[in-house]
Design a protein around this ligand. Sequence first.
Ligand code: ADP
Length: 348
Amino acid sequence: MTGAAASDEAFLVEWLTVGVVRVDERLVVSSANAAAHAFADRQPGGMIGRSVIEAFVDRRIEEIARTARDTGSATGELVLRPPTGPTVVVRARRAPSGGAWLVIEDVSELRRLERIRTEFVDNLSHELRTPLTTIGLLAEALAREAETAAGGIPARMRDRIAKIEVETGHLGQMVNELLDLARIEGGGPLVMLDEVDLGRLARAAVERLRLFAERQGAELAVEVAPDLPLVRGDEDRLGQVLVNLLHNAVKFSPGGGLVTVRVRGLGDEVVTSVEDHGIGIAPADQARIFERFYKADRARVRGGGTGLGLAIARHIVESHGGRIWVVSEEGRGSTFSFSLPVAGREAG
Ligand code: ADP
């Protein structure tokens, strides 16, 4: 490299807003740009010749540098000079000629915006839930009164009441999903203490969706293998995965049809699947539907939806040490499955 190119590069590195630090084999800083000095709260040049721990007064950064030097790479997120300093992501790589490079990026603003979004969604969903519950209960009461009204009420009116119930159910489901997303992104821990009978959970989920399925003209069936082993996990959350999958199976079967839930043991796993004969999913979409907010074909989507249900389901299943996947053919239907390790294996 020519001298001019080298000094151009030095100029560029100096001008970056990410911190760039070079440490040698002993983890002593041999060069660092202006941004790195600002992160370390030091005068220009004040880091050079000091060990990483001395330069940043932070064990975690030293640990990241050491791990990168010894293993090839390391990354971590931390608050500098807690609690008031910036939140930074530190990425480190072993340098080809020994020692390591560290790149430090300020993510304070990003994390602040994420927090605001999460709080906003959380507050909004809570606010929406109360009136929605009231509307749902009123619609239910209306439906009951319509059944018993002296002389009966016109079929059209009964139909409209049923539609209000179904749509309120959709809205309730969306609000719950938004709330769940806020909780998941808030990083609340899962309670993994229950020994869960997925067969029982499947029957309970089917009961919960019976009314919705009837109104959509779909039929629900459950097949549970005998002597099903238990899994360890959070029963409410796993129930929610089943409800999400069933809800989708019915929602995306506009012509009705049979929706079957199967639960069986397979090796040291329990596999649960939900099969429908609905619209199916194009191969290109199959890879993406588990992402947050992804919906396969907006024009076709009936009854709305947030595009969150599957992202939440995947998060729950994976945090239980399981996997979730789909097999589908457009126009023929879909089978969503998830596997979870049986309780005995991990209990020990
Ligand atoms: P939502 O149902 O709220 O749109 P999901 O995350 O539950 O969000 O699903 C994402 C997308 O995956 C849906 O919008 C739909 O395009 C597709 N999908 C999910 N389940 C099925 C199914 N059983 N049949 C066909 N498409 C489905």
